[in-house]
Structure formats: structure tokens, C-alpha cells
Design a protein around this ligand. Structure first.
Ligand code: PQ2
Ligand code: NAD
Length: 237
């Protein structure tokens, strides 16, 4: 096969797992930010760290080992991100990761990576990721920024609503063949528009047209209002 190695996308669960970041510069900051969003237990090893990392260490959100990397640092780590400015250190981390079977991200060497970090756009449980396989991270960023304008806070709430409706429909009897057309009909509705306008009565009325008559969307929509207020505050676009 010609060209770069193809990639297989996964959404990794890192919550509570040790994620090692070697290096404490601006790139480490970006990687640590994404790891914290994923709930990872973050340990930074670096003699120096820029202010955002020092603040995170002071507040106890990450652990900072203020020294040069050494081989044992990988022990117990689930993944490791090599983000130093020293090629020889990058290579040492890569060798140790391979020996210890720890998945490696190397910020200066796409080919050495076991995994690359995509650009991400998160709205509640909706996660959109973008990758160029390392060809142009700046292009990934550009695409992310244009998607941000299209997918506002209401999409996170829409996903929340769809999850609740799915449980309602599945709990209401029938099998997958009965459920599928209901889900299709629900997706034809402009749920995000009603949510953006806080038109809860309109949303209930709309859902009644798509749900079987014995399923009442009202309680589900009512429980959504609080979620909507929270999401809106977080992404006030
Ligand atoms: C997506 C994102 C996630 C993140 O890092 O969190 C990410 N890079 C981001 C930004 C960014 N990185 C760079 C620039 C400067 C402009 C440019 O070079 O294009 C910008 C743009 C900016 O900062 O505006 C420079 C750069 N990046 C890599 C190298 C090494 C090399 O290419 O050899 C160099 C050269 C350093 C040098 O010049 O020496 C390598 C990688 N960067 C990746 C991810 C992986 C590929 C993912 C993909 O293909 O999309 C990969 C392979 C490995 C990895 O790091 O996982 C994040 C966007 C976040 C967002 O804003 O949404
Ligand atoms: N993947 C990406 O998205 C991306 C983007 C830009 C740059 N890069 C590359 O990422 C690397 C880091 O970029 P940066 O701007 O954060 O660099 P930087 O020079 O600002 O930071 C490097 C950090 O590594 C630490 N360090 C040096 N030797 C170390 C050692 N032996 N053990 C532990 N820590 C050590 C330094 O103290 C410093 O905190 C560079 O190689 C750069 O080319 C990657």
C-alpha cells in the first residue's frame, strides 16, 4: 500500500486512567486539556512548565513531576504523549512505550505515533473529530472552527433528548424493526431549532406527531429544560 499508514478511529475511555505527558510547553497544554476533558488522570514530567500547567498542578487537577523524563515514568500509564522539544527524548519515550506496551502519541513524529490526536468539537455527548492523518493539522483546526459555527450548544441538548426518547421508545414495547421507523421520523423533525428557541410546547407537539400514541414526550421534554440551560451557559453561541 502506498502513502502514509491508514488510521483506525476509536473513542478511547481514559477516565481514571493514568495518562503521561512528557514536556511542559504549549503543545503539552493542548494535549493535557483534551485529556482532562476525557477525565484522564494526568501526570506531566518536565523540568519546566508553562503557566497554565503550573496552575493545574497547583490546584491538584494534574500531577507535575518537575524533572527530566526517565524510563520508569511510563510504569502504570495507559497512554503517553511525548511533547518535548528534544528529538532524543522523544525517541527514548517511543522506545520505552514500545517496550512497556503503552500507546504512544509523539507530537513531532506522526509516523511514530500509535495514535494521533484529532481536532475535536464537543457538544454534550456529541463528539465530532477531524483528522488529516498528520498532513495538515491547521486544516483540521479550520474545519473544526467552521463546524463550531454550525453545531451550537443546542446539538448537545438534542443528543440528550434523542437518548431519552430512544429509551422511552425501546421501553414502550416492540422490537428493533418497530423502533427504527419511529427513530427515522423523529430525526425528520427540527428538534435543534425548537431547543434553540426554548419552544418546549412546540417540541412536545412536534414529537407527538412522530411517537406512537401511547408514548408521552412531555416528561422527557420537561426534564430537558435544565440540561438546556446548563449547555447554553457553557456555549453561549
Ligand atoms: C488536531 C490537533 C489536536 C491537538 O494537538 O490537540 C493536532 N494538531 C493541532 C494543531 C496544530 N499542530 C501544528 C500546527 C501548526 C500548523 C501546521 O503545522 O499545520 C497546528 C495548528 C494550530 O496550532 O493552529 C503543528 C504540528 N502538528 C504535528 C506536527 C509534527 C509533524 O507534522 O511532523 C507539527 C509540526 C510542528 C513543526 O512545525 O515542527 C503533528 C500532529 N498534530 C496533530 C494534532 C496530529 C495530526 C492530526 C491531524 O492530522 O489533524 C499529529 C500528527 C500528532 C499529534 O499531535 O497527535 C491540533 C488542532 C486543535 C484544534 O485547534 O482543533
Ligand atoms: N503535535 C502538535 O500539534 C504540535 C504542534 C506544534 C509543535 N509540535 C512539536 O511538539 C513539540 C513541543 O512543542 P512546544 O511548543 O510545546 O515546545 P517547547 O519547547 O515550548 O516545550 C518543550 C518542553 O519540553 C520540556 N523538556 C525538554 N527536555 C525534557 C526532558 N528530557 N524530559 C521532560 N521534559 C523535557 C521542556 O522543559 C519544555 O517544557 C516540539 O517538538 C514541536 O515541534 C507539535
Amino acid at each position: 500500500m502506498s502513502g502514509p499508514t491508514p488510521l483506525y478511529p476509536v473513542n478511547l475511555k481514559i477516565a481514571g486512567r493514568l495518562c503521561l505527558v512528557v514536556g511542559g510547553g504549549p503543545v503539552a497544554v493542548r494535549k493535557v486539556g483534551a485529556l482532562l476533558i476525557g477525565g484522564g488522570r494526568v501526570r506531566v514530567v518536565s523540568p519546566e512548565a508553562v503557566a497554565p500547567l503550573r496552575r493545574l498542578a497547583q490546584s491538584g487537577r494534574i500531577e507535575w513531576r518537575q524533572r527530566l523524563y526517565r524510563t520508569g515514568d511510563l510504569d502504570g500509564a495507559f497512554i503517553v504523549i511525548a511533547a518535548t522539544n528534544r528529538p532524543e527524548v522523544q525517541r527514548q519515550v517511543a522506545r520505552d512505550a514500545a517496550a512497556g506496551r503503552v500507546l504512544l502519541n509523539s507530537t513531532d513524529d506522526p509516523a511514530a505515533c500509535d495514535f494521533q490526536v484529532p481536532s475535536q468539537l464537543k457538544r454534550g455527548d456529541l463528539l465530532i473529530t477531524i483528522s488529516t492523518g498528520g498532513a495538515s493539522p491547521a486544516f483540521s483546526r479550520r474545519i473544526r472552527e467552521s463546524l463550531e459555527a454550525e453545531f451550537g450548544w443546542e446539538y448537545g441538548v438534542t443528543v440528550d433528548l434523542l437518548g431519552r426518547l430512544r429509551a422511552l421508545v425501546m421501553g414502550g414495547g416492540g422490537d428493533a424493526a418497530d423502533h427504527a421507523p419511529v427513530f427515522r421520523d423523529i430525526l425528520e423533525l427540527d428538534l435543534a431549532g425548537r431547543i434553540r428557541d426554548a419552544d418546549w410546547d412546540g417540541l412536545v407537539g412536534m414529537l407527538k406527531t412522530a411517537l406512537p400514541p401511547h408514548l408521552d414526550p412531555e416528561p422527557v421534554v420537561r426534564s430537558l429544560v435544565e440540561v438546556a440551560n446548563r449547555e447554553k451557559k457553557e456555549y453561549p453561541l
